[in-house]
Design a protein around this ligand. Structure first.
Ligand code: 13P
Length: 257
């Protein structure tokens, strides 16, 4: 399967940004700019704006889909402050992130929790964007491949090949997130090739060739064309630049390689 057979994917991770009026304005501008793209485009607003962002989208007949940045994997119960998958589905979300570096390294989520969340979301019928990537000190110690392998194997532990159609992987080197530093397209391609090879060794050549692997970390309109032009980079997970509909739209357009 060639790159052209994998549908490009661009996710807009709004993180802890926007407010009610800003989220409504942003989704309006994103759907105007990118709503008829051939790429798969998903936005991940903060929980509290999911409903209004979803409502703004549903009136527009857009291709853009709604996702959520996080969730708790138990179905319900005494979990103060947590949001379940069924609540997200109620709000119209069809995609979730797991393993994001801010949840791993700021909030302290473990590989085993990320695995439990990934499996729960897949079982709930959601698309899961599983994020992996190394810290700067791990990169400098030559551990990039080992960290990616550990996080990928742990994240997908117990996930059947039949569920992989719901999975998208995102390689986000932590030192590149929000820093303005991007991996060179060659370094990113190298990491993506190895990740695809791991999927092959864990599952099959067919699974590896179908798996979309996104790059994330300071993707901007000025570097997206080169990154997305690499044969194993199937799109991006975008933070800062997803808060501007023109920049995000230019990044989405860059997948039309
Ligand atoms: P930035 O694009 O702001 O570096 O964020 C990347 C990211 O973490 C997306 O999930």
């Amino acid at each position: 399967m060639s790159t052209a057979d994998r549908k490009p994917f661009v996710g807009g991770n709004w993180k802890m940004n926007t407010n009610s009026a800003g989220a409504s304005a942003l989704i309006g501008a994103v759907t105007d700019r990118s709503g008829s793209s051939d790429a798969e485009v998903v936005v991940y607003p903060p929980f509290v704006y999911l409903r209004e962002v979803g409502a703004a989208m549903s009136g527009k007949g857009t291709n853009v889909r709604l996702g959520a940045q996080d969730f708790r994997h138990e179905p319900d119960g005494a979990m103060t402050g947590c949001i379940s998958l069924s609540m997200l589905k109620d709000c119209g979300a069809t995609s979730v992130l797991t393993g994001h570096s801010e949840r791993r390294h700021v909030i302290g989520e473990s590989d085993s929790l990320i695995n439990a969340k990934t499996k729960a979301a897949l079982d709930a019928g959601m698309q899961v964007v599983l994020c992996i990537g190394e810290l700067l000190e791990e990169r400098e110690a030559g551990q990039t491949d080992a960290v990616n392998e550990r996080q990928l194997r742990a994240g997908l532990d117990g996930v059947a090949e039949s569920q992989l159609g719901q999975v998208v992987l995102a390689y986000e080197p932590v030192w590149a997130i929000g820093t303005g530093k991007t991996a060179t397209s060659g370094d990113a391609q190298d990491a993506h090739t190895k990740i695809r090879g791991l999927v092959e060794s864990m599952y099959s050549a067919d699974a590896a060739s179908k798996m979309r692997i996104l790059y994330g970390g300071s993707v901007k309109p000025g570097n997206a064309v080169e990154l997305f032009g690499m044969p194993d980079i199937d799109g991006g997970l975008i933070g800062g630049a997803s808060l501007n509909a023109d920049d995000f739209g230019a990044i989405v357009d860059a997948t039309g390689r």
